[in-house]
Write a protein that binds this ligand. Structure first.
Ligand code: NI
Ligand code: MN
Length: 226
């Protein structure tokens, strides 16, 4: 599984010959000017919630690529009404496609579209393919529900956590979250895009190191193999 950081909370995941884009907010991200959404490959677009900083480029990418949008039920009605291919899920559910499985998990946050319409409940996802398992938390606070993941689903190879604070948990809580999900390797996202979520990378990484964990913070456009 190859995970490319596309800035903010946007990820490109390549596995089983399929391309999945998570929460595309790229074209308006000043830090991601070198990423061209017109050249991104997508078979699926996986969405954690409806906030603009997670869905801005969904329609542009889905219309060009014909990608199927996987999201919660309410968001699936919204995008279905716009003519996109959608798979609507809800918390706790699992969906399998092309040898890849996604399970929708609990996230503590909110979810509304830019026009104020209801975006359902926010979610995270556990994604599995080729014997590898990653957890993408989505925008969330630290929550005890995270403990369910290793107990009921199994061992993770990577956890992707927001670390920017203010709108989500910060890096200290993300370090607790790593304990909750029993995974010592964390990819941090949802940082630096806006002034309230700018963080000092070295302080965050050192904090993780001091707790015996690794925080990976990728340059936008670079990738990580799992
Ligand atoms: Ni949000
Ligand atoms: Mn967000």
């Amino acid at each position: 599984m190859k995970i490319t950081y596309l800035g903010h909370a946007s990820l490109g995941i390549e596995t089983n010959g399929k391309h999945i884009i998570v929460d595309p907010f790229i074209s308006a991200n000043e830090l991601a000017k070198h990423i061209d959404i017109q050249t991104l490959k997508a078979d699926y677009i996986l969405l954690t919630h409806a906030h603009q900083d997670h869905v801005l480029d969904v329609e542009t990418i889905a219309q060009r690529t014909g990608a199927t949008v996987i999201c919660n039920a309410e968001m699936s009605y919204y995008y279905g009404n716009k003519g996109l291919k959608v798979i609507g899920m809800n918390t706790g559910g699992k969906f399998e496609f092309d040898g890849i499985s996604v399970r929708s998990t609990i996230a503590f946050h909110s979810s509304s579209f830019a026009d104020g319409s209801y975006g359902g409940n926010p979610n995270g996802y556990v994604l599995e393919a080729n014997g590898k398992r990653i957890y993408i938390a989505g925008d969330t606070s630290l929550t005890y529900e995270m403990k369910l993941i290793p107990e009921t689903i199994g061992k993770l190879d990577l956890a992707v956590f927001p670390v920017g604070d203010h709108f989500t948990m910060g890096f200290e809580d993300a370090c607790f979250a790593a304990d909750f999900v029993q995974c010592n390797k964390v990819l941090g996202y949802h940082l630096d895009t806006f002034p309230p979520i700018k963080i000092d990378h070295q302080i965050a990484k050192d904090y993780f190191s001091s707790k015996g964990k690794e925080l990976v913070l990728l340059e936008i456009g670079s990738d990580l193999g799992v």
